[in-house]
Design a protein around this ligand. Structure first.
Ligand SMILES: Nc1ncnc2c1ncn2[C@@H]1O[C@H](COP(=O)(O)OP(=O)(O)OP(=O)(O)O)[C@@H](O)[C@H]1O
Ligand SMILES: [Mg+2]
Length: 235
């Protein structure tokens, strides 16, 4: 297993936000975590990205215990995050934003090749490489955020609500891109409120509610469960 999360507890000050979550992601998989607003999805994914301290439980990546690894070293281990809200430097050019993803020596050495890969995946970004990122459309900005993550040559990419705020017409494109990221060799952990799409691309999925994993399985199985049909699929 590439990523192993066991009985993870995460909180803010005295307030617990995730209680005993367990999940796995294997190489080559797309795994989705679905759940309502405030369920703890961002908290969980930020802890896996190294941005939040784990209180209790296990967090292993490729066998390594990540609990005491410093946040900036998660990247060197091969974990990259496409954060909620994209977090680009809007006044910097597209290419400068992409280059922020490869500050590590190994990634820096492969900079030219990685840029070619990102521009191969997103040809529109090559055309706009010298434009300020803030001038791009929402979908194109999301491509920059994904491209920046790929510049670190990650083994897993964590996506937090990649379709949020995108025009409906390009939401499908975003999910196609996620599949292409997986096909390019990185595993994917995807957190989404767009349940149908998230289940549609996933090999396996977990349901997070009020900080707890309430169900998991292959999407076809989950979609037959009455609670999931009612709460998430509106049937
Ligand atoms: N920085 C913070 N300080 C204190 N509490 C927080 C903080 N961030 C989140 N929380 C709380 O932790 C819980 C989980 O929040 P989280 O953002 O992880 O949920 P989410 O599933 O990502 O929700 P959303 O769908 O709105 O993105 C919520 O009760 C939230 O209020
Ligand atoms: Mg969130």
């Amino acid at each position: 297993m590439l990523l192993e999360v066991r009985d993870l507890h995460i909180g803010y000050g005295d307030a617990p936000a995730v209680w005993g979550a367990s999940l796995d992601v294997d190489a080559g998989e797309i795994v989705s975590v679905i759940g309502p607003n405030g369920a703890g999805k961002t908290t969980l994914i930020n802890a896996i990205a190294g941005l939040l301290r784990v209180r209790q439980g296990e967090l292993r990546f490729d066998g390594a215990d990540m609990r005491h690894v410093k946040a900036h070293e998660f990247c060197a281990h091969g974990i990259a995050l496409v954060p909620e809200g994209r977090r680009l430097f809007v006044k910097m050019s597209v290419e400068e934003n992409l280059e922020l993803g490869c500050y590590l020596p190994a990634a820096r050495a492969a900079r030219a090749e990685s840029l070619e890969r990102v521009y191969g995946l997103f040809p529109i970004l090559r055309q706009k490489r010298l434009q300020p990122a803030g001038e791009l459309s929402g979908g194109q900005q999301q491509m920059v955020a994904i491209g920046r993550a790929l510049m670190a040559r990650p083994r897993i990419v964590l996506f937090d609500e990649p379709s949020l705020g995108l025009a409906p017409a390009i939401v499908d494109d975003m999910f196609d891109i996620i599949v292409r990221v997986r096909d390019s060799g990185a595993a994917v952990l995807l957190v989404e409120q767009n349940v149908l799409k998230a289940l549609g691309v996933a090999d396996r999925a977990y349901v997070l509610e009020q900080g707890r994993i309430m169900a998991h399985g292959v999407p076809d199985e989950l979609m037959t469960q009455p609670h999931i049909r009612e709460a998430y699929l509106g049937v």
